[in-house]
Design a protein around this ligand. Structure first.
Ligand code: PLP
Ligand code: COI
Length: 357
């Protein structure tokens, strides 16, 4: 399929000081859109000036939440070129997410091509300052105008781009985490492994509670026993306990993070033992009480490596590593961002270069 390209005649000013960028509120000049219906399949692939989507108020996405999305970043290297990190992994995960929601499947290679073209066109929007990047947000929605519950026959695929700074604000600094003991985010057999909007809506109440109590993020327990550690709102989680790194295994209710996967490989290649297993909240509390949790961090595309400074669970409260960034989290951050920003070699083949325009 050809992608038609219509460039804006009114480019908007770029952020004045990219050092002051927050997360996800500034958007570039263009977007990618294509449509699906049962007769034609995917069609009308186009890159157009960024505009509002026009949808019928009866579109099923507004009522029943049929939506999946992805998040990845384009980085500007010191030499000025632009590159993506493991974009094919995001496209495969988006296909898996779409399958779970029964949104139409798509050609991942084609989507990768569309994404590269869009980033190529808007590449002047990729910030050239440390720690800032261009966040790429593909998403797919159900556009059937139908209040009945039926098989999906109409959909829309969109990619938007947003120059971003640090997700949690303040760069690499330890965050305070509340372990939620009432609400759950996902259950096995549910949609936890899929990156779909509903999972995040289900997280809102606990996130509001955490914020009210002065915590920045929620750590979820499993939905069956409310006992096993799963993940943080927008990141997977890792602990260094007794010299080893332990991280919750992927049970179906945890998002299979691409940063998580990358960290596990980088850690193992550094000679660090990594265990992917069930970790109960009691085990974590005991290890914290005994001072055995040397470091803890979250990892994700938006959050990168985000050290955890403290955990609160019911009436217990523990500080980790004196609320300082631990040496392993720092090392992992440096290695990962070194590859992403092209400061170091990429022996894994994770980087995909964006052509210069
Ligand atoms: N877990 C959740 C719930 C997320 O939203 C994210 C972010 O994408 C992650 C984990 C980390 O995934 P990734 O490293 O692929 O960005
Ligand atoms: C990402 O890291 O890309 C995400 O989608 C997390 C989101 C909460 C910003």
């Amino acid at each position: 399929m050809e992608i038609t390209i219509t460039k804006t005649t009114a480019p908007r000013p770029k952020p004045e000081d990219p050092r002051k960028l927050g997360f996800g509120t500034v958007f570039t000049d263009h977007m990618f859109v294509m449509d699906y219906d049962g007769d034609q399949g995917w069609h009308d692939a186009r890159i157009i000036p960024l505009e509002d989507l026009q949808l019928h108020p009866g579109a099923a996405v507004f009522h029943y939440g049929a939506e999946v999305f992805e998040g990845l970043k384009a980085y500007r290297t010191a030499g000025g070129s632009v590159q993506l990190f493991r974009p094919a992994d995001n496209m495969q995960r988006m296909r898996d997410s779409a399958e779970r929601i029964q949104l139409p499947d798509f050609d991942a290679e084609f989507m990768l091509k569309a994404m590269l073209k869009l980033v190529e066109i808007d590449q002047d929007w990729v910030p050239a300052v440390d720690g800032a990047s261009l966040y790429v947000r593909p998403f797919e929605i159900c556009t059937d105008v139908d209040l009945g519950l039926h098989t999906i026959t109409h959909a829309k695929m969109v990619i938007i781009l947003s120059p971003v700074g640090s997700y949690l604000g303040g760069g690499l600094r330890p965050v305070n985490i509340m372990i939620e003991d009432t609400d759950v985010r996902a259950v096995r057999g549910g949609t936890g492994y899929a990156k779909c909007g509903g999972n995040y809506a289900a997280a809102n109440r606990a996130a509001a509670k955490a914020e009210k109590l002065g915590y920045e993020q929620v750590l979820w327990l499993d939905g069956v026993n409310r006992r096993y550690i799963e993940e943080v709102g927008g990141m997977n989680v890792m602990f260094k306990i007794g010299g080893k790194v332990v991280t919750p295994k992927l049970t179906g209710s945890v998002l299979p993070g691409i940063t998580r996967r990358s960290c596990i490989q980088l850690l193992r290649d550094k000679g660090v033992e990594v265990e992917e297993r069930l970790i109960s909240v009691d085990e974590l509390m005991d290890a914290l009480a005994a001072g055995q949790v040397e470091e803890a961090w979250g990892c994700g595309t938006a959050a990168v490596i985000s050290p955890i400074g403290s955990f609160a669970y019911q009436d217990k409260h523990y500080v980790v590593n004196n609320r300082e960034i631990g040496p392993l989290a720092q090392d992992l951050y440096d290695t990962l961002t070194g590859i992403q920003w092209g400061k170091s070699d990429d022996p894994y083949g994770w980087i995909v270069k964006v052509p210069k325009n």
